[in-house]
Write a protein that binds this ligand. Structure first.
Ligand code: SF4
Length: 480
């Protein structure tokens, strides 16, 4: 059975997807299921697993969170494991950045062509998908989805590409944009990362020696695997019976990376290792930096949970102010909760975040959040805090003002909808109804990172896109 849901327009930026794969493990399907659970924060619209016994690939995808798609008692995991305990599997959780949220766009995307079967799982956004699709359609190709990922299977199937000695490396050179990809062929997994390394992808190994690959290392902990290393930008890592092997489809060192630093600020889980460092520690550093840049006389520091918590700890440490939980998040409301009008949206904010009155009433508080997108959600939180009797509210944000949309795999609102677009700090303060506002500076943000500043993408603050984009592009460009 498949479920269909629609998606609300994005109030918070949303990650595009999470990937997990494992080779040579009798519990590959079960482990993929658990791996996807730990990557659930990267996409909640659909989930899917494809498995192989070495000769034949089976695939199941559905709408909703992992536990809903592979619900207990459904027997789906057993069917995917098959009688021979299929030892190869990949999985995917999705939030749509190109194409609508619908069953047909859920992944892995299983196809069959002259070479055999292939299942593809993609995290990112191909900025030349429309162009490629137009070319194929002009020659009569039929597409069954409206997601950018499907052009990849058409590229693979093109006869002149199939005959190439390394057709995978060859076709990856046709793609532009952000892509971390898992390909499941009947006998192997191939994991690839775009030459800019925009979205994360890493490799690990279980105690029994099976190789695993995932968007974030937090997925390894749950399946008893250890982080080995990141897949390098422009690299293909192959997992097969011989073990792990690597090749590059772009000469290493010829492209300056553009790692998405927003992964560190907002998307990734605190226990993940990303671009060489731990996410929680990075966020604490950001919080300390904001406290130095924007000190304030206050009684207590409170985070907007969950992604603002680490930065708030850093702010409290640096400012020597007490830290408290003035807001608590309900984890039972998914990100796909739909708010059709403003009144219900305010109710949604209250449902998601409840105020602990005893922690904040009568106090001057510093509220630390990771980012502000449209500002309506933040203003809702501020109003709820005022109603609880807070004396002063000082808003601190652990990234610079977001002014430009993302075209590399994060679903942002349009430029016009972003709070900081065409508003100065005073106007932002008035909109949010706070007593003061302080954002982390871009220099402050980059100084917290372990890699050189030029290794990161910062386009949503600067408007400087390292891979040129058509700014008129939208996520439904491939819908008819
Ligand atoms: S534009 Fe922003 S969210 Fe998108 S990849 Fe760059 S840093 Fe990340």
């Amino acid at each position: 059975m498949r479920y269909e849901m629609t998606s609300a327009s994005s109030v918070e930026p949303r990650e595009s997807c999470g990937l997990f794969g494992i080779f040579g493990d009798a519990e590959a399907v079960q482990k993929t299921y658990f791996g996807l659970h730990s990557l659930q924060h990267r996409g909640q619209e659909s989930a899917g697993i494809a498995s192989s016994d070495g000769e034949f690939i089976r695939c199941y995808t559905g709408m909703g969170q992992v536990s809903r798609v592979f619900r207990s008692g459904s027997g789906l995991l057993e069917k995917l494991a098959g009688a021979s305990a299929n030892p190869i599997a990949i999985g995917h959780v999705r939030y749509s950045t190109t194409g609508s949220s619908s069953p047909v766009n859920s992944q892995p995307l299983l196809s069959e062509y002259s070479y055999g079967q292939v299942a593809v799982a993609h995290n990112g956004n191909l900025i030349n998908a429309q162009l490629l699709r137009d070319e194929y359609e002009a020659y009569g190709s039929i597409f069954k989805t409206t997601s950018d990922t499907e052009v990849i299977t058409h590229l693979l199937a093109k006869p002149t590409h199939v005959s190439n000695p390394d057709s995978l490396a060859h076709i990856l050179n046709h793609l532009q944009g952000a892509y971390s990809l898992l390909f499941l062929f009947a006998d192997r997994i191939e994991a690839a990362r775009d030459p800019y390394g925009i979205r994360p992808l890493c490799v690990g190994q279980t105690e029994k020696g099976s190789y695993v690959v995932a968007s974030e290392s937090c997925a390894f902990d749950l399946v008893g695997a250890k982080f080995i290393r990141e897949v390098e930008p422009g690299e293909i890592v192959r997992l097969d019976e011989k073990g792990l092997s690597s090749r590059f489809f772009v000469k290493p060192g010829t492209v300056t990376p553009a790692h998405c630093i927003f992964e560190h600020i907002y998307f990734a889980k605190q226990n993940s290792l990303l671009f060489g460092e731990n996410v929680h520690e990075f966020r604490k550093k950001l919080g300390r930096g904001v406290a130095i840049e924007h000190p304030v006389d206050a009684d207590v520091v409170i985070p907007v949970p969950d992604s603002g918590t680490s930065a708030a700890i850093g702010y409290a440490e640096q400012s020597k102010l007490p830290f408290d939980m003035g807001l608590v998040r309900s984890h039972y409301i998914g990100r796909t909760f739909i708010s059709p009008d403003q009144k219900l949206r305010e109710l949604e904010v209250k449902l998601k975040l409840a105020v602990v009155k005893e922690a904040v009433a009568g106090k001057r508080i510093v509220v630390v959040d990771d980012s502000i997108v449209r500002g309506t959600t933040t203003r809702g939180k501020i109003r709820t805090l005022r109603q609880a009797g807070v004396k002063q509210i000082h808003m601190r944000v652990s990234c610079p003002p977001l002014r430009f949309p993302c075209f590399y795999g994060v679903d942002f609102p349009t430029k016009e909808e972003l709070l900081a677009n065409n508003r100065n700090l005073e106007q932002i303060k008035e909109f949010l109804e706070v007593d003061s506002i302080g954002y982390c500076s871009l220099e402050g943000l980059l100084s917290c990172a372990s890699l050189p500043a030029e290794s990161y993408c910062t386009a949503c603050w600067t408007g400087k896109y390292k891979i040129p984009v058509d700014v008129a592009m939208n996520k439904f460009a491939l819908e008819r």
